[in-house]
Design a protein around this ligand. Structure first.
Ligand code: FES
Length: 186
């Protein structure tokens, strides 16, 4: 199980007091020294460091073995990270788009050069339950799909809805690889 580490990027904390702010804002309104007050004004609107830390997480992928899925928490929701096997990828890419309720190519759900990593928000697109990894008609160790037990939605090895009431594929969040084994989500 990998433990995400919080993004350590910190914001510049506003040092201005309320009085300073009012004076600065007043100056801006008066059109005096507009350029010099712009930074304190913007700085005072920056989110606090703890809010920034919650907005993105970094995950070490090295311990996740092929065929394994982990769950991390990001912005209060679960995110699935699956290390897909070559067979998983092949299976996902062999599915005709016409078979999919929410047609989307596997290539569009992963990043080029990192096709083995499938990263998705672990929230069913029907009514928001958390699907079970490796379960359902497209689950099992060899497929690695997901099953939502609330009302029976089956997702395939690319996290695409295949059967059941869920209208959409599991959502792929914004993420970026910092290296081959490190990803930043958010
Ligand atoms: S919430 Fe997942 S099938 Fe209804």
């Amino acid at each position: 199980m990998s433990h995400p580490s919080k993004n350590t990027t910190s914001s510049i904390q506003p040092e201005t007091t309320r009085r300073d702010f009012m004076v600065l804002a007043g100056s801006a309104l008066a059109g005096v020294g507009a350029a010099s007050v712009a930074w304190p004004f913007v700085s005072s609107m920056n989110p606090a460091a703890d809010v920034l830390a919650l907005s993105s997480i970094e995950v070490d992928l090295a311990p996740i073995q092929p065929g394994q899925t982990i769950k991390v928490k990001w912005r209060g929701v679960p995110v699935f990270i699956r290390h897909r096997t070559p067979d998983n990828i092949k299976e996902a890419r062999n599915v005709p788009l016409s078979d999919l309720p929410d047609p989307q190519a596997d290539e569009d759900r992963v990043q080029k050069g990192h096709e083995q990593w499938l990263i998705m928000v672990g929230v069913c697109t029907h009514l928001g339950c958390i699907p079970l990894s490796g379960a359902g008609d497209y689950g099992g160790a060899e497929h690695g799909g997901w099953f939502c037990p609330c009302h029976g939605s089956h997702y395939d090895t690319a996290g695409r809805i295949r059967k059941g009431p869920a209208p959409k594929n599991l959502v792929v969040p914004q993420y970026a690889f910092l290296s081959d084994n490190r990803v930043k989500i958010g």
